[in-house]
Design a protein around this ligand. Structure first.
Ligand code: FAD
Length: 310
């Protein structure tokens, strides 16, 4: 069995695996793809101390760093079930898609999340060419340009407020007839002079010239009219889906399906920790994912020390 069994090899998983391996405990990683969401990223400009890098390069560096340690990395492995230990100190069992099982004295869940797409023509085609899901990451790329934000919940309204300080103009499109964000955010949003709010707007297509986004079309669901908006960026903010479907009923999840963790990365199950975008960590970034990965690994090590026979 592993002392620390990590599920996921994005920034959080790799960070926790390295921190665990540095304690000379038997460390394994089972993961879909090494690098996680970073593999879908182009420019990364906010990984502190590295002013500029690119997703695939960053993912390769994660893998390279992990390979400096004795970490058993099992790539292309999808976990489908976790059977927690029944007694503290006993082994947890991870069941993989191919029915193989892995055992760990501790488990670190670092399965990340995926952005909910709008699912309209042009969205995939122009991903990273104007269509983006992360205002903290990509906002500065649209400095001085007009953009649209899709989604009027807290994340959409926060994104619009954030972007309004960077871009020339923001149009916020909300499908429903009211914004769903907290009142205080809505008030802030309405105070901004370079933001328009469009309600009852169903986005129908992302438009582009073959290389980058030039606009979008939406239907006014009240009148049925189709409208066009000229923008150079489309920020999709209709939800982040944690990769935790397989953990339902095993560890405590929020209504948004995030794994509930405390400040030490502990979940509701003793010996099971979690880190990164799949958790209640409020900000979903590489640097925060890595930080929480380190925290989870150190907590797992502490748990091993406390539960192993003297
Ligand atoms: P992830 O990166 O999502 O990794 C999850 C890991 O778990 C993967 O290895 C996956 O294969 C694996 N996995 C999932 N389910 C299972 C399962 N059932 N069994 C086994 N393995 C599983 N952040 C920044 O800080 N700066 C940026 O510039 C930036 N740009 C971004 C651009 C894009 C397009 C996207 C999508 C995100 C961007 N982010 C950026 C956010 C950043 O990538 C994430 O916050 C970060 O990758 C989260 O790390 P993580 O390890 O928690 O999860």
């Amino acid at each position: 069995p592993f002392d620390v069994l990590v599920v996921g090899a994005g920034p959080a998983g790799v960070s926790s695996a390295i921190y665990a391996a540095r304690k000379s405990v038997r460390t394994g990683v089972a993961a879909g793809r090494i690098g996680g969401q970073v593999l879908d990223t182009m420019a990364i400009e906010n990984f502190i101390s590295v002013p500029y890098t690119e997703g695939p390069k960053f993912a390769a560096a994660l893998e390279q760093h992990a390979s400096d340690y004795e970490i058993d990395i099992m790539d292309s492995q999808q976990a489908v079930r976790l059977e927690p230990a029944t007694q503290p100190g006993d082994l947890h069992t991870l069941v993989l898609e191919n029915d193989a099982t892995l055992k760990g004295r501790t488990v670190i869940l670092a399965t990340g999340a995926r952005w909910r797409p709008i699912g309209v023509p042009g969205e995939q085609e122009y991903r990273n060419k104007g269509v983006t899901y992360c205002p903290h990451c990509d906002g500065p790329l649209f400095r001085g340009k007009p953009v649209a934000v899709i989604g009027g919940g807290n994340s959409g309204v926060e994104a619009a407020i954030d972007l309004a300080g960077i871009v020339s103009h923001v149009t916020l499109l909300e499908l429903g007839d009211t914004l769903r964000a907290d009142e205080v955010l809505q008030r802030k949003l309405r105070s901004l002079t370079n933001v328009d709010i469009v309600l009852n707007a169903k986005t129908t297509e992302v438009l582009g010239d073959g290389t980058s986004v030039t606009g979008l079309t939406y239907t006014d669901t009240e009148t049925g009219e189709s409208r066009r908006l000229d923008v150079q960026g489309v920020f999709v903010q209709i939800g982040l889906l944690p990769n935790t479907e397989w953990l339902e009923g095993v560890v405590e999840l929020t209504k948004h399906k995030e794994i509930v963790v405390d400040e030490r990365g502990a979940t509701s199950v003793p010996g099971v920790f979690a880190a990164g975008d799949c958790t209640t960590e409020p900000y979903k970034q590489i640097v925060t994912a890595m930080g929480s990965g380190a925290t989870a690994a150190l907590s797992a090590f502490d748990y091993l020390v406390r539960t192993s026979a003297p």
